[in-house]
Design a protein around this ligand. Sequence first.
Ligand code: SAM
Length: 312
Amino acid sequence: MALSAFPFFVRRDRYTILFEVRFRFGRSFEMAGTLFIVATPIGNLEDITLRALRVLKEADLIACEDTRHTRKLLAHYQISKPAVSYHDHNERERSAELIKKLEAGLNIALVSDAGTPLVSDPGFRIVREAIDRSILVVPIPGPSALIAAVSSSGLPTGEFAFFGFLPARRAARKARLKELAGIKSTLVFYEAPHRIKETIADAREAFGDRECVVARELTKLHEEFVRSSLSELELPEGTARGEIVLLIGPPLQGQLRQPAAEQISSISEAIEGLISAEGLDQKNALKRIARERGISKSDAYRMIIAERRRSK
Ligand code: SAM
């Protein structure tokens, strides 16, 4: 290895120093840059790590989902660096260009508009291509709406599964939710505010009743967690705006008994059974049965009236 190469290494990130020199047959040596996957704030500009700031300052180039958006963050931290766009619509060409630059020795930081790149955000192509070419890919971890929501939801976190955005079309969304109904972990989705009510109704249909949490505007001024069940969730007015993570808890215990209970009794019988077995009053028995069957209290009440009419 040429000794003259050393000063060049030490100016770079310590991972670069450790790993970046690659020997290839037929060449003396070749140095590639590093691709840093840098997490940025999801609302509150203070949520950025010291390491992320250093990597952004030291990178030769910043690849951004939207350069105008990222420039605001960079300006806030007085970072002045060349930036290029890397988004869903230019991922193929831009990826090829950036890989050439990495192979030529440039260090590139990839950021998305908010949170962790590749988590429902662009970046997959360049990461795969970099790995295929033995270019070092280094994560700079930090915010993600997914982890922020999971950590404070109050739902079981020992196992959780993330599915990004559900399909926007209702039929496809219902089909997808049905596919997920057998999973016994907390389920996490990103959802658009104008679809949240419909999605909750579809989830109730697919899963029956479960605990659910709507985590909105995390880290921002109007941060809010609405914790309820799918059948009882009432979303405040402002929920039609802002950014949302929807979390749905694992199946409730009662739900596992649901098919048997449905077979053996009508809803009125189930309520009467609960009153005599557990001494609940009418109102609480109705509430419990509605929850176990994944329907609202008013639906349960309507069903009782219909059953009474039929039995006359
Ligand atoms: N890569 C990002 C991350 O790591 O969180 C997610 C990008 S995805 C395109 C954007 C979606 O993430 C939003 O539509 C919303 O569902 C969720 N999201 C992003 N920021 C949020 C926030 N501050 N509060 C709640 N949800 C958020």
